[in-house]
Design a protein around this ligand. Structure first.
Ligand SMILES: [Zn+2]
Length: 100
């Protein structure tokens, strides 16, 4: 993956990074030069603009590092705070990918 030009709007940068291939929120934050929190807040909008063009943002869900609990929600863009099962706060990163 290659860094994206800074001249674009943040949302557009997030979208372009995802068009280059699958990425985690951490990957996107590094490539786009914004915080992970900002990336999470842009993703729902990126999802909507993709849907308008007949594309889809797919997510391999977050899971708990310690017990393997999977956060099944298909629209979970934000990293979960802690595992509801074992209360562990370490999560396996979700991977975002554009389809279509
Ligand atoms: Zn757990």
């Amino acid at each position: 993956m290659k860094p994206v030009a800074k001249s674009r709007t943040p949302r557009r940068r997030v979208e372009e990074i995802l068009l280059n291939g699958p990425a985690t929120i951490r990957d996107i934050s590094q490539l786009a030069g914004m915080s992970e929190k900002d990336v999470s807040s842009h993703l729902p909008h990126v999802d909507k603009s993709l849907a308008a063009r007949g594309q889809k943002l797919t997510i391999s869900p977050y899971s708990c590092v310690s017990c393997g609990f999977v956060f099944e929600s298909k629209k979970r863009f934000k990293k979960p705070g802690r595992c509801p099962k074992c209360k562990c706060e370490r999560m396996e990163e979700a991977v975002f990918q554009i389809e279509g």
